[in-house]
Design a protein around this ligand. Structure first.
Ligand code: HEM
Length: 522
């Protein structure tokens, strides 16, 4: 009551129009002055001011997102490294991009890795998973739980699932091949997602057979929505936080693809519920099996992360590999010849396929040129280093965000030679090629390197073997390579990679159609 009277008695002072305008003007001028002072500080007085780079990058973290938005930032960084003649390029007020290949083993080391830069990994919205965790001990513990599933033994247990799914994909290709070219990018995405779903959730969404005549799937739409929004969520952390509080139904009105993401989350939860009630009803290990000590919510996010980390990555590597092999008649012929002696089903087992040197060389070259995660992996220079972190004879202060990329590592001509950008499996077959593995950073290196690389290798080897052994593949006459886009994982624009398939003639005899039961799933 007293408060009410107070407001009635006291009249609020009103601003005249002139006062309002001058207040606004003064505020704007202050803001501009503040911005200028900040820019001067970042360019001239900040500890990173000794490192060169575009002026816009030094003063605003938005610069890096504008470059990212162009589609393939690593190419821009590479050009700028050359322009400024430096191995240490300033790409943000507190971020440096490094192109000295010898620094990779220091930043991404096994024993004392630089910690992940939390702000970058927060945008994945899956806190405290093995992928996003920034605390060293918590990461170590989660990785200890998961490692056995992803070991070579673990992958051999998963191998029948890979054969089964490849069988389903090839049967569908066999059925569709006479009437149309087939977008293998989508086919590979459905395949790898299905394999990882079985592995992560003990259940699949039947994506390979969802559509009668194509390999389209609602799950792929959900993936595209997640990866398409990733950089925006990186750039605008406040929007990301605000989105937590907006009901999904409302967000879906603005972006209908978000509805598919919500459906994906529901699918993940329903799988966990099924698993909680029935246990693992599959004959193979499942990620949930090793997460009994983890809370319900973290189980779901961990399985989702494995799914997102393992699906498009492997599919995009396969797509790049197939595209390059088909673009070179010589490589294509050599690969077919190498696979000619394999017999189904026994010769198509992973252990046997791994002995085919030319196949493995093609797989490694696909991983090098394909590099499904081509971009920067940001880390923070630790404060407790025994020696200062020095690049180009300059000390990089602790607390600085530094990053290197697979693109830098895989295009370096001192390492790979003048044909570094060329798809050349032969480079893996030379006597000195063993030393090259240390520079193959597709899966990163050290204690944060990809936990799923054995799974990825297995899938790529098996799919390539089946494809090139059983089919004559060709690019359409009017083929235009799809545009690639670095969305953290490499993505391809539609129509992906359309391929003409026909059954391979063997000694003049048309090979028999695949019999799913007898040939592949055994
Ligand atoms: C060609 C395929 C693949 C590529 C190129 C790839 C690449 C990578 C890279 C570069 C990292 C490090 C990311 C970082 O430091 O931020 C990573 C981590 C990870 N990957 Fe993969 N990956 C592939 C397949 C897979 C598969 C099949 C799975 C699961 C089945 C998987 C699960 C993970 C997980 C869980 C991590 C986090 C590991 C940790 O931080 O300890 N990846 N991957």
């Amino acid at each position: 009551m007293a408060l009410h009277l107070f407001w009635q008695e006291k009249e609020l002072p009103t601003l005249s129009q002139r006062e309002l305008v001058s207040t606004l003007l003064a505020t704007t001028l202050l803001l501009i002055l503040f911005r200028i002072l900040i820019s001067v500080y970042y360019q001239a007085f900040h500890p990173l001011s000794q490192f060169s780079g575009p002026p816009g990058a030094a003063t605003s973290r938005h610069w890096v997102y504008r470059v990212t938005d162009r589609g393939f930032p690593e190419e821009d960084f590479e050009r700028l490294h050359k322009q400024y003649q430096t191995h240490v390029l300033r790409i943000g007020p507190n971020e440096l991009h490094i192109s000295d290949v010898e620094q990779y083993r220091i930043i991404y080391s096994q024993s004392k890795p630089f910690p992940k830069y939390g702000t970058f990994y927060e945008a994945f919205n899956t806190p405290h998973t093995v992928f996003t965790e920034t605390d060293r001990d918590m990461h170590k513990e989660r990785r200890r739980l998961l490692n056995p599933l992803f070991s070579r033994v673990g992958v051999f247990k998963l191998e029948p699932v890979i054969h089964e799914k490849v069988g389903i994909m090839l049967k569908k290709i066999d059925r569709l091949k006479e009437s149309q070219s087939i977008n293998v990018y989508d086919a590979f995405r459905c395949l790898t997602t299905e394999v990882i779903m079985e592995f992560a959730f003990a259940k699949s969404a039947n994506m390979l057979e969802e559509n009668e005549t194509t390999f389209e799937s609602w799950f792929l739409t959900a993936f595209d929505a997640v990866s398409g929004s990733l950089w925006k969520l990186q750039e605008w952390p406040l929007v990301r936080k605000a989105l937590y509080f907006v009901p999904t139904s409302l967000v879906s009105l603005v972006d209908p693809q978000i509805a598919y993401v919500a459906r994906m989350l529901k699918f993940a939860e329903s799988c966990l519920q099924h698993y909680t009630i029935h246990g693992n009803t599959t004959p193979h290990p499942v990620v949930f099996d090793n997460l009994s000590s983890v809370s319900y919510d973290f189980k779901v996010t961990e399985a989702l992360d494995v799914l997102i980390a393992g699906a498009d990555t492997t599919a995009s590597t396969l797509t790049t590999g197939v595209l390059h092999i088909l673009s070179s008649p010589d490589i294509h012929a050599k690969l077919r010849q190498a696979l000619n002696n394999t017999e189904e089903p026994t010769g198509m087992q992973l252990l046997e396929l791994e002995k085919i040197d030319y196949l493995i060389a093609c797989v490694k070259e696909s991983l090098r040129i394909g590099m499904a995660v081509p971009g920067r992996l940001p880390r923070v220079v630790p404060h407790d280093l025994l020696q200062p972190f020095v690049v180009d004879n300059k000390v990089i202060p602790p607390g600085t965000v530094v990053s290197m990329s697979a693109y830098t590592m895989h295009t370096n001509e001192d390492v790979w030679g003048p044909d570094a950008q060329k798809f050349n499996p032969h480079r893996w077959l030379r006597p000195e090629s063993k030393g090259l593995d240390q520079y193959l950073c597709t899966f990163s290196k050290g204690s944060r390197m990809c936990i799923g690389q054995n799974v990825a290798y297995a899938e790529i080897i098996i799919v390539m073997a089946y494809l090139f052994r059983n089919f004559e593949l060709g690019l359409p006459q009017d083929f235009v390579p799809p545009q690639r886009r670095d969305l953290f994982t490499m993505g391809y624009s539609q129509p992906g990679l359309p391929i003409h398939f026909s059954r391979l003639e063997k000694n003049g005899v048309r090979s028999r159609p695949l019999s799913l039961d007898s040939d592949i799933t055994k």
